[in-house]
Ligand binder design. Structure first.
Ligand code: FES
Ligand code: FES
Length: 158
């Protein structure tokens, strides 16, 4: 049975009707047209669908939409855009870490979740944090470097 839920999406309070078994990734993509959130494996294994739920990185393909009622969701569209580029997005561009459109939004959001609580992560901590975001293309070196650079850039602004 469908029910109305209300939550904060990218800073705005929104209401939407969702089914009991509807997935958050589908609601974000199909009902809000926030297609920066990708659906790849659909089984919680690849991390491509990562969004922040109450500031924690979660896989939206295994979160039931009714579970976000009253909570806060951040997608890549809410982090920044062309006019207001977030330092993590800029760091990914500068490091050449935007390797594919499928993985990058999720990796940036995962990096944000980490850098919000750990302002100076070690290499190992960055690797551990991103270990659930799978990349099958050119590898992780530029991605790790981007997160390190983003940490520095964000610390300069604190
Ligand atoms: S699409 Fe959600 S983890 Fe792969
Ligand atoms: S960044 Fe998407 S497969 Fe490597």
């Amino acid at each position: 049975m469908a029910k109305k839920i209300q939550f904060i999406l990218n800073g705005n309070t929104v209401e939407v009707m969702v089914g009991e078994t509807e997935l958050l990734v589908d609601v974000l993509r199909d009902k809000f047209r926030l297609t920066g959130t990708k659906k790849a494996c659909g089984t919680g294994d690849c991390g491509a669908c990562t969004v922040l739920l109450n500031k924690e990185a979660v896989r939206s393909c295994i979160i039931l939409a009714p579970m976000v009622d009253g909570k806060e969701v951040l997608t890549i569209e809410g982090l920044g855009d062309e006019k207001n580029v977030h330092p993590i997005q800029q760091a990914f561009v500068d490091a050449g870490a935007v390797q594919c459109g499928y993985c990058t939004p999720a990796m940036i959001l995962t990096a944000k979740a980490v850098l919000d609580i750990n302002h100076d992560p070690s290499d190992e901590e960055i690797k551990t944090a991103l270990s659930g975001n799978l990349c099958r293309c050119t590898g992780y070196s530029k991605i790790f470097q981007a997160v390190k650079n983003a940490a520095k850039a964000m610390n300069l602004k604190r």
